[in-house]
Design a protein around this ligand. Structure first.
Ligand code: SPV
Ligand code: MN
Length: 653
């Protein structure tokens, strides 16, 4: 359950502003005439009370209203250079921002949901009682912007007017955060009031970096108040911790879809991209992958790239599943981005004409950014988030210090990417989604692609994502379950979210011809785990085009597939053609290694998931039934063919 507006609104409780006339008084006292004139466009009283409370709590010297006009955005860019949050690089429009060494990724151990007494939260997340969060805000956020300028912007999480778009306010003293917000979200200043009326709600985000010193980072907190749809972030700058329009508000949207829009909407950690099939047919995909598992690269493989991180999804009046990208930009990992795997992104990063905020990469003496895995000759020396760096630098244990952090990023407009379908991405009608993919870093168990036979099996694929830990979260290691790759962002009970997935994908509202294919993807199998030798990957990054291409054909009934207990698998001949189209000869021996069923591994995985989900309350029993059916069928295959079942054994002869 989720009850909105339950308990005290911390902003109002600490700020003390509860009535509109008081809010206007605070605004009048703090804003200069130019900014007061700008804020006059916003009439929504609740929004103005929130802003007044933020001012009353943070006590900034000045307040800047960001209307999204070129002048306002230019003001933010310029001020960011003056403040030193960003520095200009050699290429026009490129800047570098460094986060503190302690603040290079999401601070999972300092991220909390604010809860009311007795509320049940996701077992995978931390929570803090409302009263304790309130005390923190009183102690640390009070006066945190003294001597600083507070910036306030109004954004839409989606094309304005789209069914699943929700407006949000971003308040921050960080120019880097506001500059990033301008690249990643649609400023909807002029439409804000109308959008709040249409959507029936808005989110509020308050961030303050404080002095931004390492000594402050232990006191950093990222709080998400589910009941009041308000976030608080203090003493950090990494965008995943501070630009809470992104993952902070995504969490609220997951909550909202789960509890207020069951069978109608989903809010997912998914890319959206279109693939072009035979005769110019376009098929749109949405795909989930945990952070740091190549979601951006996969998205950009499409011919009609829409988004790389988040998707707001609904069923329209014709029974078609549609999706929008709540964002308009990319906050992408740059490690291993190179000409080979990411040609379009490289054009933006190395070519002219794209505005890019770099973070935590190496800057050489010519003010050129470098990063690990870029496929270029690294410079001899430079500066990164830890200070001076030189080739061969080692840490106190003698381990090499990489030139860039694994989670270093680039922030740019999605429309800068050559294959971005900007017009389609900006259409409030969204794109029709026909294929949903679920993937993780799985080196030994699942094949590169498999398609569920029905909605329930598809939901089970999403529930069963596992992945090795990546550098996107501080302090997280090992192989972990990553349900829907969305678990870090599911505030409520996982069982409720799962129930919403079953309801959505089994909905009668979806017309038969629009029923989607739900599929698993895995491009992290290694040779050593599939009967080969060496730790190398079985296949290449660019093969993803063939896997998506096969799903495009399968979803449109253009290919037949091989039935297996885990789902439908591609035939060799079909893949061979798809590989030929990307200039690769696809060997039957490689296919055999990739698609053989390693029964013990798969059954082990199912049993592990079964045990873990058994520990949670109220998990839909359909999940356990799917696992039981699959396990039984897999064990029957093992009886007949042994522990490793060659794909040829599954073909009807
Ligand atoms: C991710 O880690 O999934 C990201 C970046 O997309 S962050 O904003 O940190 O969530
Ligand atoms: Mn993400």
């Amino acid at each position: 359950m989720l009850e909105l507006r339950k308990g005290e609104d911390i902003l109002a409780a600490v700020g003390g502003v509860t009535i509109f006339s008081d809010a206007m008084q605070v605004i009048k006292e703090t804003l200069d005439p130019a900014n007061e004139a700008k804020i006059a466009t916003i009439r929504n009283e609740e929004a103005l009370i929130k802003i007044a409370n933020a001012i009353a709590i943070c006590k900034p010297d000045k307040v800047f209203i960001d209307t999204g006009s070129e002048d306002d955005v230019q003001w933010i860019r310029k001020y960011s250079l003056e403040k030193g949050e960003e520095k200009e690089l050699a290429k026009k429009g490129h800047t570098i921002h460094f986060d503190l060494p302690q603040d290079q990724a999401r601070l999972v151990n300092q991220t909390y949901y604010i809860i009311n007494e007795g509320e049940q939260m996701s077992s995978l997340a931390k929570s803090v009682l409302r009263q304790d969060a309130l005390e923190y805000v009183k102690q640390y956020v009070d006066g945190v912007m003294k001597g600083k300028t507070m910036m306030v912007g109004f954004f839409s999480r989606g094309p304005i007017g789209a069914k699943a778009a929700i407006p949000a306010i971003e308040i921050s003293s960080s120019t880097y955060v506001m500059h990033s917000a301008e690249l990643l979200y649609r400023n909807c200043y002029a439409d804000f009031d109308a959008e709040v009326d249409r959507a029936g709600l808005f989110y509020t985000n308050l961030h303050a970096e404080g002095d931004n010193t390492p000594a402050d980072v232990p006191n950093a907190r990222i709080f998400m108040d589910r009941s009041w749809q308000t976030t608080f972030s203090t003493f950090c700058t990494y965008a995943g911790n501070t630009l809470l329009l992104k993952k902070g508000n995504h969490r609220f949207s997951v909550d909202y879809a789960t509890y207020y829009k069951p069978e109608e909407q989903l809010s997912e950690h998914m890319f959206i991209t279109g693939m072009t099939g035979p005769n110019g047919r376009k098929t749109f995909f949405a795909g989930a992958a945990p952070s740091g598992c190549g979601k951006t690269t996969t998205a950009m493989v499409g011919t009609d790239f829409v988004g790389d991180d988040l998707a707001q999804i609904w069923i329209d009046g014709q029974g078609i599943i549609r999706g929008i990208n709540p964002e308009k930009g990319i906050f992408g990992i740059v490690e291993d981005v190179n000409r080979e795997g990411d040609p379009h992104l490289m054009d933006c990063l190395r070519g002219e004409g794209t505005e890019v905020i770099w973070s935590n990469v190496l800057i050489d003496e010519n003010n050129v950014p470098y990063w690990v895995g870029n496929g270029e000759e690294p410079p001899e020396k430079g500066v990164n988030f830890q200070g001076e760096w030189y080739k061969g630098k080692t840490d106190e244990d003698g381990n090499p210090v990489p030139m860039s952090h694994k989670n270093s990023r680039c922030t740019l407009l999605a429309s800068a990417i050559k294959n971005h379908a900007t017009e389609i991405a900006e259409d409030p009608a969204g794109v029709p989604l026909k294929v949903f993919t679920y993937s993780g870093r799985d080196s030994d168990t699942m094949p590169p692609v498999w398609a569920a036979k029905n909605a329930d099996e598809g939901v089970a694929i999403g529930a069963s994502i596992v992945s090795q830990a990546t550098a996107t979260e501080v302090g997280v290691t090992g192989v972990r379950r990553q349900p829907w790759a969305n678990a870090p962002f599911i505030p409520g009970a996982l069982a409720d979210y799962m129930d919403a997935q079953f309801k959505f994908f089994n909905s009668d509202k979806i017309t038969d011809s629009a029923k989607p294919v739900l599929a698993g993807l895995n491009y992290f199998l290694t040779h050593e785990n599939r009967g080969g030798s060496g730790k190398g990957l079985l296949g290449e990054k660019k093969d993803v085009k063939a896997w998506l291409g096969w799903l495009e054909l399968y979803a449109n009934n253009d290919v037949e597939a091989i039935s297996s207990p885990i789902g439908m698998l591609p035939k060799y001949e079909d893949l061979k053609k798809l590989f030929a189209a990307i200039g690769k000869e696809y060997q039957k021996s490689l296919y055999d290694m990739q698609f053989a069923l390693y029964i013990d591994n798969i059954v082990g995985r199912i049993e592990m998931q079964y045990e873990e989900y058994k520990k949670e309350k109220n998990i839909p029993k359909r999940l356990f039934e799917v696992y039981a059916e699959q396990k039984e069928a897999l064990l029957a295959l093992k009886e007949r063919y042994g522990a490793v079942v060659a794909i040829d054994n599954l073909i009807d002869k």
